[in-house]
Design a protein. Sequence first.
Length: 135
Amino acid sequence: MEKTKNSDDGRGRTPFGERLFLARRRKGLTQRQVAEQVGISASNLAELEQTGAGSAFTVALALLYGVNPVWLALDRGPMTGGLPAPEWLESLTQEELELTRVFVEGLVAARRTGKPSHAKAARAKPTAEDNDDRR
């Protein structure tokens, strides 16, 4: 049987449970403290840290521990900090990344100033004339 990211790793904890345990210990909290702050029972948390594969409390635990919820739930991206980049973004060249960055900065600046941005042009449907230019 192929192991998944949430299968037992042989150390007695599932990978999800290991991430929960690591994040809690890094924050210096006891299971009882977490239980009181999040509204989960200490025994439920202990079970999640051993054999868990996910929980409805994952986001609340991530916020309490100060870790990235995507890392905690799926082991994707950094433990702390921003969310992982979408797959389509990872495939772009440096030049394409730079163009994307400039475009997004323009959107953010336009939002701050309330002025129209290039976003309208990007969302506009192509005209018949545009289609002729592409041929």
